[in-house]
Design a protein around this ligand. Structure first.
Ligand code: ATP
Ligand code: MG
Length: 431
């Protein structure tokens, strides 16, 4: 027997039962971004491998072991995008978008990382992200973080915790790196395999380890804020003041470093305790040198990405449902001429932009059977077209959710007005 075809491990189908919640979240988030002046950018899912190696950094989880990289038929090395920022910067340079003025962009879509699949961690997952280019002032950081806070508010999500830190300048990170290396070398025996590898190449990354056995060692490690350069310290202190003024609560986590190389100065994460170990829903930071590093003019920038799977999980945990869809009207008819008339009527009703979902019964059987199916389809109104109705140019309208059975036979021309009247009557009855 042929083996069953299945989706690639860690890549999920989003079935109709879940897509309303996704669309609800996406639409609300997009509305918040647009209100803040962010414009959408859509980019390829595949980029030259070199783009990610040069931006995210060679010695990072993503580039070392998570990328979907392949040679295409020309022998070019390509990679399924593991994140969005690198592509946005690549496109911005390529199309001359960085002209000195402020540029606000958002994107959305699937990202790909070859990780071990588990709750909150998939191989194809989805992010909505935003990037703001063109200013180094902390007001930009504060505004962007406040925008993410507004996203949770818009969705009705409580209890996300904001953690912030500053990574300082490149030089400050260099000095800190040496201190940290010294510290971890002294504790070499306690390190795991990943951390031993990072000890020489990128000791900061050890702070980002998810291994609980290392938690105590990491907690006792030298702390980054003590090594901050004066400018970065002032920048960070100003950010804290601004967040206070905005009423955005935060905690400073001196060991927050983020898993990508391009960050400097501000980094932040929004964390939930309701999602188990995979609690980071949204993460971001400053990357003031990345545009220049990829060949563009110097352009300070800050951005974030939020993971939609984790966000949707959190909404479900909090019992947040998408709003009920528009009503459903169900057309029951006798096969033949009546059904043809029903088909025409359905098309006329659907031609209106504010129409509800209009469903035709195609399975047949008597009206009793058809109305059972109407009920199953969640219809609130059944429109019945039998021989009598056809002959008289009428339709029978039946309210399926009314506490009292309500049914009227009316001229096709009066149909819309009748439905409106019946629904209003039903609502006032319910009150
Ligand atoms: P983590 O620490 O959980 O590995 P990360 O630092 O790799 O996350 P980022 O690259 O900053 O994550 O991505 C931003 C957000 O995207 C994360 O906070 C998370 O919500 C989501 N995300 C990242 N990787 C995955 C994944 N494999 N599956 C589902 N969501 C993910
Ligand atoms: Mg990761």
């Amino acid at each position: 027997m042929a083996s069953k075809l299945q989706a690639v491990r860690g890549m999920n189908d989003l079935l109709p039962a879940t897509t309303p919640a996704w669309r609800h979240a996406e639409q609300r988030l997009q509305a918040v971004l647009e209100r803040h002046g962010y414009q959408e950018i859509r980019l390829p899912l595949v980029e030259p491998t070199e783009l990610f190696a040069r931006t995210i950094g060679e010695v990072t989880d993503i580039v070392e072991k998570e990328m979907y990289t392949f040679l295409d038929r020309n022998g070019d090395s390509l990679t399924l995008r593991p994140e969005g920022t690198a592509g946005v910067v690549r496109a911005g340079i390529e199309h001359g978008l960085f002209q000195g003025q402020l540029l606000r962009l958002w994107y959305q879509g699937p990202m790909f990382r070859h990780e071990r699949p588990q709750r909150g961690r998939y191989r194809q997952f989805h992010q909505i992200g935003a990037e703001c280019f063109g200013s180094a002032e902390p007001e930009l950081d504060a505004g962007l973080i406040a925008m993410t806070a507004q996203c949770w508010h818009e969705l009705g999500l409580p209890s996300l915790r904001l953690e912030i830190n500053s990574l300082g300048s490149r030089q400050a990170r260099g000095a800190y790196r040496d201190r940290l290396q010294e510290y971890f070398r002294g504790n070499r025996a306690a390190l795991d395999e990943d951390s031993l590898r990072r000890l020489e190449s990128n000791p900061l990354r050890i702070l980002d380890s998810k291994n609980p056995d290392l938690a105590a060692l990491i907690a006792a490690a030298p702390s980054l804020p003590e090594h901050l350069d004066d400018d970065s310290r002032a920048h960070f202190e100003r950010l804290c003041v601004l967040l206070d003024q905005l009423g955005v609560a935060y905690t400073i986590n001196p060991r927050l470093v983020r898993g990508l190389d391009y960050y400097g100065r501000t980094v932040f994460e929004w964390v939930s305790d309701a999602l188990g170990a995979k609690g980071t829903v949204c993460a971001g930071g400053r990357y003031d040198t990345l545009v220049e590093q990829l060949g563009g003019r110097p352009t300070p920038a800050i951005g974030f990405a939020l993971g939609l799977e984790r966000l949707l999980d959190l909404m479900a945990v909090n019992g947040l449902e998408p709003p009920a869809p528009l009503g459903v009207w169900y057309l029951a008819s006798t096969p033949g001429a009546c059904r043809a008339q029903a088909l025409v009527l359905a098309q006329q009703l659907r031609a209106q932009s504010n129409a509800p979902t209009v469903l035709m019964d195609h399975a047949g059987g008597n009206f009793g059977k058809q109305l059972q199916r109407a009920d199953k389809a969640g219809a609130e109104i059944a429109l019945i077209l039998g021989e009598d109705e056809l002959a008289a140019g009428t339709v029978t309208v039946r309210l399926l959710r009314a506490t009292q059975a309500t049914q009227e036979t009316v001229s096709i021309n009066d149909l819309q007005a009748t439905i409106a009247r019946l629904i209003t009557a039903q609502e006032s009855f319910a009150v």
